[in-house]
Design a protein around this ligand. Structure first.
Ligand SMILES: Nc1nc2c(ncn2[C@@H]2O[C@H](COP(=O)(O)OP(=O)(O)O)[C@@H](O)[C@H]2O)c(=O)[nH]1
Ligand SMILES: [Mg+2]
Length: 244
């Protein structure tokens, strides 16, 4: 079984992609299981086979402990980690039945990245896991946005230590979108007020990324890019050896 963590900033389309890409894989003949790790979500468009809300919900934490949403979100991730064994059990049963497990992660990316408990959950399936990192079209307006989000994708990969496919989500919202950064484009940011030393250092990282990392455009509304996404995921699993 291949486990795909769907990651990205709040509102980037994680839940919708989990649902639609899952259906796409099912229509292609694969057996897919859906996992929801978002304890704050109220409505899901798909039916999860494992739902963290059976163990913890942010709404309940807020009323039981009389705490605000941010404290409750952090607490929910800590509580989630206590149910790690349930998830491990779920994965080992699912392993025998399904080809793919798609994991919808908490709305806020920082909950996944900043809290060891969330990273621990990903580590339980590490080795057979990969991630899809969503950059929503509506967040991409300038070269600086693009550079920042590419560097963020790299930081996410470093933090979670799993292979990561970077995807431009909601591609149906903009037909023309430049996804490559040239040296000239990047250095023009220095004219725009970004410190030259920082520009030079970041460019040396980005230059290598530009060669290696292809961003694919995906829309969960039109299904655009799903074939490409599937191919790239397939390649990741092949190059990483036997992850099944
Ligand atoms: N146009 C468009 N909207 C999308 C797409 N994917 C998600 N959305 C919308 O973006 C909003 C946030 O999506 P959601 O899946 O809940 O994001 P999440 O917070 O990352 O789970 C919702 O209103 C979705 O209908 C897409 O591919 N195209
Ligand atoms: Mg969501």
């Amino acid at each position: 079984m291949r486990t795909i963590f769907v990651l990205g900033p709040a509102g980037s389309g994680k839940t919708t992609l989990t649902h639609k890409f899952g259906k796409y894989l099912e229509e292609a003949g694969f057996k897919v299981t859906y996992i929801n790790l978002d304890a704050a979500v109220e409505h899901l468009s798909y039916e999860p086979d494992f739902d963290i809300r059976n163990y913890v919900t942010v709404t309940k934490l807020m009323s039981e402990h009389e705490i605000g949403p941010n404290t409750a979100l952090i607490k929910s991730v800590e509580i989630m980690a206590k149910y790690k064994e349930e998830l491990v059990k779920f994965f080992s049963n699912a392993e025998l039945i399904y080809d793919y497990a798609i994991v919808d992660t908490p709305g806020q990316l920082e909950l996944v990245l900043f809290h060891e408990s969330a990273v621990e959950i990903i580590k339980t399936v590490k080795g057979r896991a990969c991630g899809i990192f969503l950059i929503p079209t509506d967040l991409l307006k300038t070269i600086r946005d693009l550079a920042f989000l590419k560097l963020l994708a790299l930081a996410v990969r470093y933090r979670l230590d799993i292979p990561l496919v970077t995807v431009l989500s909601k591609a149906d919202l903009a037909r023309e979108m430049k996804l490559e950064i040239t040296e000239e484009d990047f250095y023009s940011l220095a004219l725009d007020g970004v410190e030259m030393d920082l520009t030079t250092e970041l460019w040396s990282v980005l230059r290598k990324l530009e060669k290696r990392q292809r961003i694919i455009k995906v829309s969960s509304v039109t299904g655009e890019g799903f074939d490409d996404l599937h191919t790239i995921l397939y390649e990741i699993y092949c190059t990483c050896g036997d992850l099944t």
